[in-house]
Ligand binder design. Structure first.
Ligand SMILES: [Ca+2]
Ligand SMILES: [Ca+2]
Ligand SMILES: [Ca+2]
Length: 169
């Protein structure tokens, strides 16, 4: 009773063994290899249309430039949207409920660099958490948003053009 499944398993193992290189590709019934990279990206890149729409939301006086105060107001609004329990602090859980809303508009560390892909979200949060109490206060968020603004302001004229904003600092 137990021997048949064992035999079947051995046969399956033999079938599943890699074919010799000389016959590779001959077996048209083999399933195509699944590329892991084809899976849904963790954070889909913002489209140009979405960036343009966000730019218009931030540019409240509609002069085609984002001033530092317009950016500050927008960053505070994002903070309030993320702060689900309205305690004026962002926990990691609150941030990870809408990570794009948080990470797109903050920066920290040397030269305002947050570390694109080499840092985990938790490590990025640690960098912004200046007083190391495990949560992001409104002041800590405002500082990180200001650093992001300065990083995006490539020509240092104190405002963001649509191109600077799209480049994302
Ligand atoms: Ca403006
Ligand atoms: Ca909170
Ligand atoms: Ca903190």
């Amino acid at each position: 009773m137990t021997r048949l499944p064992a035999t079947v398993a051995l046969m399956l193992l033999a079938v599943a063994s890699p074919a010799p290189a000389s016959t590779a590709g001959a077996d048209s019934t083999a399933p195509a290899p699944v590329a892991p990279a084809a899976a849904k990206p963790a954070e889909s890149p913002a489209t140009a249309a979405a960036l343009a729409a966000e730019f218009r939301r931030i540019d409240t006086n509609e002069d085609g430039r984002i001033s530092s105060s317009e950016h500050e107001v927008y960053a505070r609004k994002l903070f309030d949207e993320l702060d689900a329990d309205v305690d004026y602090k962002l926990t990691a859980a609150e941030i990870m409920a809408a990570p794009a809303k948080f990470f797109r508009h903050v920066s920290a560390g040397v030269g305002g660099v947050l570390g694109g892909t080499e840092l985990t979200p938790a490590e990025k949060i640690q960098r912004i958490d200046a007083n190391r109490d495990g949560v992001i206060s409104r002041d800590e968020h405002a500082d990180a948003a200001r650093a992001k603004f300065q990083a995006m302001d490539a020509n240092n004229n104190g405002e963001l053009s649509e191109l600077e904003f799209a480049a994302g600092g």
